[in-house]
Ligand binder design. Structure first.
Ligand code: CUA
Length: 644
């Protein structure tokens, strides 16, 4: 494996040869994929090529100066061209990376407890999280208008607790978190692209409906929800109940359809059962018909859940069309021209290309759903996701082969039509990535403005690419230049486990405030407290003992001082610190940490934040500013005096 590029001639028909040197993991995963059934559409019968060379020898880094495409190096003091929004996987967070430098610029706590900011411990965040301190973020997408990003919101799922969070791009802070009703394993999400309309969310796990102890032993009665959430209000509007589990999600550019891949149309509950059928589906949801059913009351209620549910289990209906695709598809991505939904095969080495403007005829019963599939190029073993360059090419991440496959959409359609073998090979290049790539995305790829500059391969295994840091390896997010005819690997980016997906957004579309604008809904809460207590939030430093016995400490900060040098409370008091930062200059954050009380939170310029705790044993406890704000930062402190 000394070349990044393989001979496309040899890759037309995906082979089951496994050629990673010493890559036991790759062999293992290939065997896993082959287990329990033939790969649909694959003419491969061979087992992994043996024997593999004993030692892994990583490919050489890209030769310096050989790269004639886009410039990946961003010099000190220079800014990146793109915001990269990365999900944070089991960390429960979202991260902002600069692209192409791959520098991590920010971590946004979402479903996790963050010690640096106090997220999960402050009053507002605690209420949003409802007592949960962990999450599993997979898919991060921004709000749209007119087919491109409008720079207002970032949406992200929590697979662990079936939630959807929204981050305001004004401050890059979470402003809403909602539960997905009647759902487990909320996985694929995607906002509508013609405007900030619905955000669609897929439940990956089929569960009894109602899940209250009934139907537990009868999986045939399980179902999964496709949920429409209003992206503006973050209210659940309606749900569609289907029989198969729902994986990745997509939307078209017109607002007509949403999509979900279904890898378990068998309705199995074990791995073997889920892999049983040779065919699964791309589910297509007809949004107007669903809205009509909701308006006309043709819905059911599930248990105590107040939301209208369209029961679309069973055969195709005006609500759901099931387009047959080879078994166990995974990613679904819509091309920037809005014409095609690419359905990656996962256990089939193919990508099924669904022509979106044929779907109306299929819904009308004029053509069979399968007739909407206009190409099915063989791209490699374990295709998962597809990105686009806006120039008619697609880039599919190939998990088992550990490659990115570049293919031409028009050529693939032509080849599928003719079937004479004389058409040009749609596969243009296969580039080794390191290793086992999951998601991929390209700059502006999920918009009509895909610009064909950068591609990210989010590799699940880093193995030998970094210094050994113990059993837990980082992820390896690789940057690939796609501005030329050939993909070129230009950078390895280590990330803390485990970002699943990312989107890459032109920097001109994102305009956060550098000073807290105090427009977030949480400020109305602080103002209501202050009003009730006769306090001016931005000026006053007061201790208010409330009728219910709780103590509110209203305090200000201005470098290097707190507005209060000390305050006194009693042992066992419920104490709420409401801290307002009077500093109104860029990058001047303070915080509030109380010794021995597990209290530590951030308050940015012009911000207010609050946290509630119980006063401990009598004594003196220093509170201090944990953020380096001033030459006298260490002196920025005071005493909490606790009396008995
Ligand atoms: Cu304020 Cu350090």
């Amino acid at each position: 494996m000394t070349e990044n590029t393989r001979d496309p001639e040899h890759e037309v028909t995906p082979k089951c040869t496994i050629d990673g040197p010493g890559d036991d993991r790759r062999v293992f995963l290939a065997k896993m994929a082959l287990m329990g059934g033939a790969l649909v559409g694959a003419s491969c019968t061979s087992q992994p090529k043996a024997p593999a060379p004993p030692a892994a020898s990583p490919p050489p880094p890209p030769t310096k100066g050989s790269h004639r495409g886009a410039q990946a190096h961003v010099s000190p003091g220079q800014l990146d061209d793109y915001y990269g929004f990365w999900s944070g996987g089991q960390s429960g967070e979202v991260r902002i990376l600069g692209v192409p430098s791959m520098r991590e610029i920010k971590r946004i706590p979402v479903f996790n407890r963050c010690s640096a900011t106090g997220w999960g411990a402050t009053d507002f965040s605690k209420k949003l999280l409802g007592g949960k301190m962990s999450g599993d973020t997979h898919h991060v997408h921004l709000s749209y208008n007119g087919g491109t990003y409008d720079g207002r919101y970032v949406f992200v799922n929590d697979k662990a607790s079936a939630r959807l969070a929204r981050i305001s791009c004004e401050t890059m802070e979470v402003d809403r978190i909602i539960d997905e009703p009647n759902s487990q394993g909320t996985h694929g999400i995607l906002p509508q692209r013609h405007k900030t309309g619905y955000v669609f969310c897929n439940a990956e796990f089929r569960t009894p409906q109602v899940n209250d102890g009934r139907d537990m032993t009868d999986p045939s009665k399980y179902g999964a929800m496709h949920t429409a959430v209003d992206g503006e209000t973050m209210e659940v509007k309606w749900q569609v109940l289907v029989e198969g589990n729902l994986d990745l999600c997509a939307t078209d550019y017109q607002g007509n359809y949403s999509f979900a891949t279904c890898y378990n149309s068998e309705g199995g509950v074990t791995l073997e059962q889920m892999m049983g059928a040779d065919q699964d589906h791309l589910y297509v949801f007809h949004i107007k018909n669903c809205e009509k059913a909701v308006a006309e009351g043709k819905t059911i209620k599930v248990g105590d859940s107040p939301y209208p549910v369209i029961d679309a289990r069973g055969p195709d209906s005006p609500y759901v069309l099931r387009v047959p695709v080879p078994k166990s598809p995974h990613g679904v991505n819509v091309s920037p021209d809005g014409k095609y939904a690419m359905c990656a095969g996962k256990l089939s080495p193919t990508v099924s290309v669904v022509q979106i403007d044929k779907l109306a005829a299929a819904f009308a019963g004029k053509i069979k759903p399968r007739a909407c599939v206009v190409a099915e190029p063989e791209v490699g073993l374990g295709p998962l996701h597809t990105a686009f360059d806006g120039k008619g090419n697609a880039y599919t991440s190939i998990f088992i082969d550990s490659v990115m496959t570049k293919w031409n959409i028009a050529k693939a359609i032509k080849a599928f039509k003719s079937k004479d073998g004389k058409t040009p090979n749609p596969i243009l290049q296969r580039l080794d990535v390191h290793y086992q790539v999951g998601h991929t995305n390209a700059s502006m790829s999920e918009t009509k403005d895909a610009d064909g500059r950068w591609l990210i391969a989010l590799c699940k295994f880093a193995k030998d690419r970094y210094l050994n840091v113990g059993p837990l390896h980082n992820e390896n997010d690789q940057l690939i230049d796609i501005s030329g005819d050939e993909m070129k690997l230009v950078h390895d980016g280590p990330t803390f486990p485990e970002p699943h997906d990312c989107v890459i957004v032109a920097k001109d579309l994102i305009h956060p405030n550098k000073i807290q604008p105090r427009t977030d809904p949480r400020f109305a809460i602080y103002e209501s407290w202050a009003k009730a207590d006769g306090v001016n939030l931005k000026k006053d430093n007061k201790v208010i003992r409330r009728p219910d016995g709780t103590v509110r400490i209203y305090m200000t900060s201005q470098a290097p001082n707190y507005g209060m040098r000390d305050f006194t409370v009693k042992t066992g008091d419920t104490v709420q610190i409401i801290l307002t930062n009077q500093d109104n200059v860029e990058d001047l954050s303070h915080g509030f940490c109380v010794s021995l009380h597990d209290v530590n939170f951030l308050v940015n310029s012009n911000d207010t934040n609050s946290m509630t705790f119980t006063a401990g044993s009598p004594g003196v406890y220093w509170y201090y500013c944990p953020w380096f704000c001033h030459a006298l930062h260490l002196e920025m402190r005071g005493r909490m005096i606790i009396t008995s």
